[in-house]
Design a protein around this ligand. Structure first.
Ligand code: PEP
Ligand code: MG
Length: 755
């Protein structure tokens, strides 16, 4: 049964649409369980009923027609109770409902299993038998396993519109639809859905048509040739390092690219009107499925090779499309799993919105989007972007909503909201030049986080007293290799000069986690617990030293540099990094004659280990800064980049607050200044608590600065202390939020808390 589960799962994973997913499930499960009928009912939100979506054993005509309300029939009962129902005499059950069109009269036994995804009942899987018997416990367990494993795939594929297809019969295809995700950068953006497809997977290729089959065929042949060329170059490069057997695999690859059966299948599909990318992915996915079904484990493994080869050809095809298609004027960038590196591929001045199916509010993509003020929805797992590509969509980054095919009135409402937001932001300008003091005259400092070049002007204009965090890895994204020392000097000098005489805190390279450089890929099972930040810098002193030298040389004559070390999890890491910095400094000043002021050197506290060693770290550095983004993920064991657990990620979790209190106490008792540079600092509610805990310096995206300032100007430090003291004793993040919202919900503050 395990083998068949794996086969079903693999097949479902390579299916391209909901009907395909469901057909595979009902066919395979019925045959595996030797049942008379296997059907899937899914919940249709538009009329709150369960619709028969696929069946093996009932009449095909009943698909889409049989509909049960949420408490009707045995299907409704299973969904309502959220547990399996196993009956030998289903027709005797008081909830039994008979639908003539299904032709189900001869079936007596019934097994219904709910399909639940993220606590939400998506539908019910039903098995039926002619004879009166209970399904065996193992059969029930098998069906439960199938449903649990496949609910994610169903939820994802569900958004491709198959359910709406039935639901909207007679109501026209161009219905407005709303999709949900995680609101990750506030504001409303209206633009054309655009993907930077290069690098995407075969099964996510949009189903595109083309009027020019000749051009498609030419592109296809070119892509095959280019892939072959790649393989030959790889082949030459690896020749010495591979065994004869491994080497033979390359030959198989190259021969596959000449396989006339595959090529002809693709050409046939193109001639019927499909774009080359779609034809290629359809053909290759079908071949992958065939291999995955094979009994022989060696042949089954070959599915991976075909997949790899398929992706290589696809990348070439997409690259030629990307060059050929002009980008729209207003871009809503969309992708399966966009990373911050995406900013390197898109003209930022045309970017009005971002949608990523994976990722969460604290992914680096979202952080950079907030810095740029681009409305963003992350974790929009059910957004059918392939189906909607090139259409206009509305991105509501404040509430995590995406609207496609918006009606006129919806569009009007959103444009109105955008105007209101703009005027509110304009209103906030009045606090820009006010001194940073609470109502009881306690001083605080607001610093800014930077990274992108496009962000410099906005940040310089902000009333920030300094740069609290310059993420140096961001300028590394848009290149094809590590920048040279001179190239880095140019980047750093631009920052230092722009903010002078204000201090600029440059963090040394913090790659890894969700920040992979295109030219330095790191493949890891668990990247946030892996090779990240300072760990990479210490393992590659040649990269680290070039960066430090560039920072130091860039600061000559400007003298406003501070250097900060990320991801410090033990003291030897800190001292090794300091030694390298000392070495670079003395080489430059004593051997090479540069006149450089010695910069302050600080460390980030963002790993729980550092929380417990704050005193020891504080003794060795000039300053500390708390990275609450990582600290929250590590303290709560919640991947900051994973949309599935996004609800559990909360920087107002009482444990995070207690850690922050301890960090402040320990650092202060050691006489070391400590600031906050995680996203928490840019959230007005949290900013109050941070001030209440004692922090007087908060570093945030330029876009959050005036909101936070406006909030802090309206409270007293005494009040903030009381709020913090109470919040520390609360039992959940929700209670902290509710408490703060009601305590601070004064009319002049309420608007600040809205977005
Ligand atoms: C943090 O972890 O809070 C931080 C500021 O660094 P980053 O978000 O770049 O990991
Ligand atoms: Mg961090």
């Amino acid at each position: 049964m395990l083998t068949s589960l794996r086969t079903i799962f693999q097949e479902v994973n390579s299916a391209r649409s909901l009907p395909e997913v469901l057909t595979i499930i009902v066919k395979e499960v019925r045959s595996e369980m030797n049942a008379g009928v296997c059907s899937v009912y899914l919940f249709d939100e538009s009329d709150a009923r369960y619709v028969l979506m696929a069946t093996e054993g009932l009449r095909e005509e009943s698909i889409g027609k049989v509909r049960l309300s949420s408490k009707e029939g045995l299907v409704g009962l299973v969904a309502h109770k959220e547990e399996p129902l196993n009956l030998p005499d289903a027709d005797q059950h008081p909830s039994f409902a008979y639908f003539e069109e299904t032709g189900e009269s001869p079936f007596h036994s019934f097994l219904g299993v709910p399909i639940i995804h993220h606590r939400r009942v998506l539908g019910v899987l039903v098995l039926q038998q002619e004879n009166r018997r209970r399904f065996a416990a193992e059969e029930e367990a098998f069906a439960v396993t199938v449903c649990a494993q496949l609910s994610g795939a169903i939820a994802h594929a569900g958004a491709t519109g198959a359910l709406r297809q039935f639901a909207s019969a007679g109501r026209g295809k161009s219905r407005e639809a709303k999709f949900s995700g995680i609101g990750s950068s506030p504001g409303v953006g209206v633009g054309q859905l655009t993907s930077i497809a290069v690098g995407s997977d075969l099964k996510n290729v949009p189903d595109r048509f083309s009027d020019d089959p000749k051009l498609e065929i030419r592109n296809f042949r070119k892509a095959l040739k280019a892939t072959k060329q790649d393989m030959i170059s790889l082949n030459i490069g690896f020749k010495k390092r591979l065994s004869a057997e491994e080497f033979a695999l390359f030959d198989v690859y190259v021969r596959l690219l000449d396989d006339q059966v595959i090529i002809n299948e693709v050409l046939e599909i193109i001639k019927k009107g499909k774009a080359a990318t779609s034809a290629w992915s359809l053909t290759v996915m079908a071949h992958i499925r065939t291999f995955q079904r094979m009994e022989d484990p060696y042949l089954r493994e070959r599915a991976t090779d075909i997949h790899d080869l398929g992706k290589r050809v696809l990348n070439h095809l997409q690259a030629s499309n990307h060059d050929a298609t002009p980008l729209p004027r207003k871009i809503v960038l969309v992708g399966e799993d966009l990373a911050a590196t995406a900013f390197a591929d898109i003209p930022i001045d045309r970017l009005v919105g971002i949608i990523s199916l994976k990722g969460s509010r604290n992914s680096h993509l979202a952080i950079v989007a907030r810095a740029l003020g681009i409305p963003t929805v992350m974790g929009a797992v059910n957004f059918p972007w392939a189906e909607l590509e090139a259409q206009e969509v509305i991105v509501d980054g404040s509430h995590g909503k995406i609207i496609s095919r918006a009606t006129r009135s919806t569009r009007r409402q959103y444009l109105q909201r955008r105007r209101e937001e703009k005027s509110f932001n304009k209103d906030l300008e009045r606090v820009r030049n006010l001194p940073c003091k609470t109502l009881d005259n306690s001083r605080f400092a607001l610093w800014v986080n930077t990274g992108l070049r496009q962000d410099i002007a906005r940040s310089v204009k902000s009333s920030a007293d300094a740069v609290g965090l310059f993420r140096t890895e961001i300028p590394f994204f848009s290149r094809s290799s590590f920048p040279t020392e001179d190239e880095q000097i140019e980047i750093y000098r631009e920052q230092l000069a722009a903010f002078s005489p204000r201090a600029v805190t440059m963090r040394t390279l913090d790659i890894g986690g969700d920040k992979d450089l295109p030219y330095f890929p790191i493949e890891e099972e668990n990247p946030f617990l892996g090779w990240r930040g300072i760990r990479i810098s210490l393992d590659h002193p040649e990269i680290f030293l070039v960066q430090i030298r560039a920072m130091l040389r860039a600061s000559e004559g400007i003298d406003n540099l501070r250097i900060m070390l990320p991801m410090i999890s033990n003291l030897p890491e800190l001292t090794s990094a300091q030694k390298l910095i000392d070495r670079a400094y003395s080489e430059l000043t004593q051997e090479e004659g540069y006149q450089i002021k010695r910069p302050l050197i600080g460390a980030m506290v963002e790993v729980p280990a550092a929380v417990y060693q704050v005193k020891e770290i504080a003794r060795r550095v000039d300053f500390l800064s708390v990275g609450t983004n990582d600290l929250t993920q590590y303290l709560l064991a919640v991947d900051r980049n994973n949309e599935r657990v996004a609800d559990l990620y909360h920087h107002l979790h009482p444990s995070v607050l207690i850690a922050l209190m301890n960090i402040f106490k320990q650092a202060s008792s050691s006489g070391c200044h400590v600031s906050i540079c995680g996203e928490m600092a840019g959230d007005p509610l949290s900013a109050v608590l941070l001030v209440g805990l004692g922090y007087d310096t908060l570093s945030m995206s330029a876009g959050s600065l005036l909101r936070v300032k406006s909030m802090l100007l309206n409270i007293t430090k005494t009040e903030a202390r009381v709020l913090a003291r109470k919040a520390l004793k609360m039992d959940s993040a929700e209670n902290v939020v509710n408490y703060l919202e009601s305590a601070l919900g004064r009319p002049q503050i309420a608007q600040l808390l809205k977005s």
